[in-house]
Design a protein. Structure first.
Ligand code: T1G
Length: 657
């Protein structure tokens, strides 16, 4: 008889320690029942299982209780045939459970993966030993190093599953026999010979970042897969377990698990009455510049028809050309096929008349960053767009309530702050006005998910969350430059810390005039120490777009070249302002001062209620500004420093390991 065991632990059948104990008991009962000749393990709630319950990891994995490893070891010992019948996702420990079975079948919609690397871990229940034996070393390494999820079709191609079946298919026929992967040898690529193993392993180590730069788990994963080649199965498993147990308490994994949960907290807004989100079936964008066209493409990519409005025929033509060019760029980069680009391009309408937006469910404005201009746009829009439609501004620094005041629908008004390039950057700040309704917020969060954006709620305050912190971050960088530290050195130190790009390179990329205009608009905030920005603005050194900014650029190149001119300019400014010089700071001190300023600003944002949680701020900096995920975000660093008793910020004094 075939016994069916169903994983049923809503919402995603996570294999918590407690739930694993329950499943183990069911397996032990099946083992004792002589009438049971085979066992089919399947999942309820539309999932097979999301893997081990990440909540269960404390600082270390103390499997004194039952874990998925015990379930897998029980299956490994069994003489009965085990079938994994997968529908929905089978991830992490759940896929490892399926690998311990003798046969794996999956429905067409299933997705399978070992994403542990994204949590700073490695598969820790036999995955690094069984997967290479099943699909070969190269494919297994790639799949685990990327933490990628594969479709059922791809899984069948790889040999990860034996058959694609319809949902609800009965257990397959009785002619099944044991097939323990532990008894197979790891397959090398056909082109390679056994002697190639050291080369394959050495090459793999070269393809991942250094251990101290976020590559720790990746190097351990390669070590574990090497053990699968070199050691008998039981010793390979022991090696894997040890490597996994070391990683569970590692700083990068603790940081990445913090971000996993922080991202899932984002849409939980305390004290908000429950509200059903509206369905955005059509959108409008006013303004066809860089941001407006990027936003339009974002809607088109999500399959939401969108209309772009510009005031004149030639501006409409320019916007159409820009969008066409952006799609062609995606096709050239192999991110889109020609026909996909064509289809999405067709879903974007253009007009020079606001009347074209009358039936849109949501209209977003992305015009020049000037209050009067924005007010004029929204006063017109409010009279044209249907009642109940949502109006949003993409402003990055202006007051949402003041803009809303020219409309008769403040409840349906909010900020949707995209980050450039809007069709690529995942971060979206949802800015709540005084009167923004719960339904409008719920709609914005639902829309963000459809647009595949990571949305963070911000109150209506200058610079919202990201930019307000960015101004403090750059202020400290400019202060260091005035103290005689070359901008190129400061950028290098911040890249060594793990930032995707240094502050001065960011200035040049975004355009110094952008910062200059904002600083002019808010002299009260004394942003980014404007003397240097004033000089650069006067000299038309605006960054990449003028071939010179804080760096110089060869014609048509984006490669930043150190420019002594700038260092002389800083020295001159420092003299005029009487700034004490001391350029003998270490890279760590540079990072501590700049990240310390970031953390101080984050604390102010929390104190002012602009951001809901420290984790929200971390997500903003990971997704919006290239903060290194394996360091968890600025507020995570603060928490680590406080937990370890290091001197708490604001003025530096943190040791950023
Ligand atoms: N543990 C605990 N909770 C989880 C979870 C998990 N593994 N996966 C999801 N949740 C919660 C999530 O917090 C949210 O909760 C709800 O489920 C819906 O998630 C030994 C040790 C499965 C593709 O990394 O990729 O196995 O906010 O909003 O968009 O080798 O969740 O509703 O309270 O994301 O439909 C490896 C992580 C673990 C999978 C569903 N597994 N999860 O996506 O919903 S480590 C993972 C996901 C491991 C072994 C090691 C996604 C999903 P709440 P959601 P979704």
């Amino acid at each position: 008889m075939n016994k069916v065991i169903t994983l049923d632990n809503p919402p995603v059948n996570a294999l918590s320690f407690a739930y694993s104990e329950k499943i183990l008991k069911e397996i032990e009962a099946a083992e004792k029942d002589p009438s049971v000749t085979s066992v089919t393990i399947t999942g309820a709630n539309g999932y097979f299982s999301a893997g081990v319950d990440v909540n269960d990891f404390a600082k270390e994995w103390d499997p004194s209780g039952t874990t998925v490893r015990d379930i897998i070891e029980a299956i490994e010992r069994s003489q009965k045939v085990y079938i994994a019948a997968i529908d929905g996702v089978a991830l992490g420990g759940a896929l490892e459970l399926a690998l311990a079975c003798d046969r794996r079948v999956a429905t067409p919609r299933s997705k399978l993966g070992l994403p542990e690397i994204k949590l700073g871990l490695i598969p820790g229940a036999g995955g690094t030993q069984r997967l290479p034996r099943l699909i070969g070393a190269q494919e297994a390494l790639q799949m685990m190093l990327k933490g990628e999820t594969v479709t059922a079709e791809r899984a069948l191609e790889l040999g990860l599953i034996d058959e694609i079946v319809d949902a609800g298919a009965t257990a397959t026929d009785g002619a099944l026999k044991k097939r323990r992967l532990s008894e197979l040898k790891v397959q090398l690529p056909a082109t390679a010979q056994a002697f190639a193993l050291p080369y394959i392993i050495a090459q793999a180590h070269k393809t991942v970042p250094p251990e101290e730069s976020g590559g720790l788990a990746a190097h351990k994963l390669i070590d574990a897969v090497q053990a699968a080649f070199e050691l008998p199965f039981p010793r390979g498993i022991a090696r894997e377990y040890r490597l996994f147990d070391e990683l569970v308490g590692s700083a990068p994994s603790l940081a990445l698990r913090h971000l996993f949960f922080a991202e899932r907290e984002l849409s939980k807004i305390p004290n908000l009455p429950p509200a059903d989100p509206l369905d955005i079936k059509s959108a409008g964008v006013v303004g066809g510049g860089t941001m407006g066209t990027g936003i339009a493409i974002t809607f088109a990519n999500a399959g939401i028809p969108v209309t772009v409005v510009e005031p004149s025929a030639e501006q409409v033509a320019k916007a159409r050309q820009t969008i066409f060019g952006m799609f062609m760029h995606q096709v050239k980069r192999g991110r889109l096929t020609q026909e996909e680009a064509w289809k999405r391009g067709q879903s974007i309408e253009f007009s020079d008349d606001y009347a074209a937006l009358a039936n849109c469910d949501l209209v977003i404005e992305a015009v020049f960053e000037n209050m009067a201009v924005k007010k004029e746009v929204f006063a017109k829009l409010d009279g044209v767009v249907k009642p109940g439609a949502i109006l949003a501004s993409n402003t990055s620094t202006l007051d949402i309530d003041e803009i809303a005041s020219v409309t008769k629908r403040p409840e349906q008004f909010l900020g949707l702050h995209f980050f450039a390039p809007a069709n690529i950057m995942k971060l979206l700040e949802i800015v709540r006005g005084k009167a923004t309704s719960a339904q409008t917020l719920a709609t914005a969060f639902k829309l963000a998910k459809q647009l595949r954006k990571v949305a963070v709620l911000s109150a209506n305050a200058f610079g919202f969350i990201g930019n307000r912190m960015f101004f403090e971050y750059t202020r400290e960088a400019v202060a260091l430059a005035e103290e005689g530290v070359p901008p190129a050195r400061i950028d290098a130190a911040m890249k060594k810390f793990g930032m995707a790009m240094g502050p001065f390179a960011t200035f040049d990329l975004s355009g110094i005039d952008v910062f200059w205009h904002v600083a002019q608009g808010r002299p009260d905030l004394n942003l980014a120490r404007t003397p240097i920005l004033d000089r650069l603005y006067e000299q038309k050194r605006l960054g990449q777009k003028t071939g010179k900014g804080f760096y110089k650029y060869a014609e048509g190149s984006r490669e930043a070249i150190r420019d002594e001119e700038i260092e002389k300019l800083f020295a001159q400014l420092a003299k005029e302002e009487g700034v004490a010089q001391h350029s003998d700071v270490s890279d760590d001190e540079i990072a501590q001062r700049i990240v310390g300023a970031l953390i101080k600003s984050g604390e102010e944002i929390l104190r002012d209620g602009v951001a809901l949680r420290p984790g929200d701020i971390d997500i903003v900096w990971i997704y919006g500004y290239g903060f290194p995920p394996h360091k968890g975000g600025p507020m995570w660093l603060l928490r680590q420093a406080q937990d370890s008793g290091a001197v708490a910020p604001p003025a530096g004094g943190l040791t950023y390991a």
